[in-house]
Design a protein around this ligand. Sequence first.
Ligand code: KG4
Ligand code: ZN
Length: 345
Amino acid sequence: MKVLGLETSCDETGLAIFDSEQINNDNQGLVGQVLYSQIELHALYGGVVPELASRDHIRKLVPLLNELLEQCDISKNDIDAIAYTKGPGLIGALMTGALFGRSLAYGLDIPAIGIHHMEGHLLAPLMGANPPAFPFVSLLVSGGHTLLIAAHGVGQYEILGESIDDAAGECFDKVAKMLGLPYPGGPNVAKLAEAGNPDAYALPRPMLHRGLDFSFSGMKTAVHNLIKDTAGSDSDPHIRADIAASFQYAVVDTLVKKCVKALKQAGMSRLVIAGGVSANIHLREMLEAELAKINATVHYAPPALCTDNGAMIAYAGFERLQAGQSDDLAVSCIPRWPMTELPAV
Ligand code: KG4
Ligand code: ZN
């Protein structure tokens, strides 16, 4: 089954073709993908402007689809089904991809399905020939969400813990801004941290011993104060690298400790990490080391499939379509959508 995936929930226009007949040891079933980032468009305003995002998705969808079909060397008529992001996200941005996908499917007389963006992230590490088996604990760390989930199957998600304030990615973005680094902050903070000493400054690990919920707002304030009180934090490359490394270590250490706790609490031995922050190398390495100590394993997607993309939507769509699910002709997007409300497969 060839599924076209469309991702337009925020500031990336992502399209991809997933083909279930092309999964083998060298190929994840991903036939091709195109991604257009609106970062430059929003840079002037210091954050995503929803109306500009919607308008730009509209401008890019048709040319990107044509580029994708050419890249995959297929025609529109070879597509068997279309999956689009139905929520959560910016309502105008979601509507562009949903209307485009639903209408194209209608025109081609093929099924269409609306996908939960975070389920797309959660399932992305399962693309390929040797996916980790259910059940597993999933750490979803993106710009808008920090969630620990016990995943019993596709659509069977039990929330174990979540952030009560800022998401982990959001915290990376805000600290990047404080350090004068451009958006998206995560990769830039990680790069600066490479040359720094993670033990240079002691930063708090909020809520470490309280259940499985997270809080990153206090950590953000602590970094703000550290930058304000440290001479050279705006100019000395060594001091800046030390601040970035200490901050990154504080976030990663918190995430890792909560993951270990969640695995023990759920009685599971597999951890799957997904979402933009799961691209972080320090997080991956520390999880590998700490999980080995408790005989657990960590699984993640290649970096390009961690941040927003159309492939994860195509793959989540395939999982649901092959189980006989699809949406009717009505297009309804859901900007706020708890994952626990998804139907099981
Ligand atoms: O999943 P994603 O692409 O978009 C949302 O659904 O939010 O996640 C984007 C977030 C941003 O906050 C970005 O700074 C963060 O993921 N991110 C990283 C890294 N790459 C992206 N954070 C830390 N380290 C990275 N290497
Ligand atoms: Zn995302």
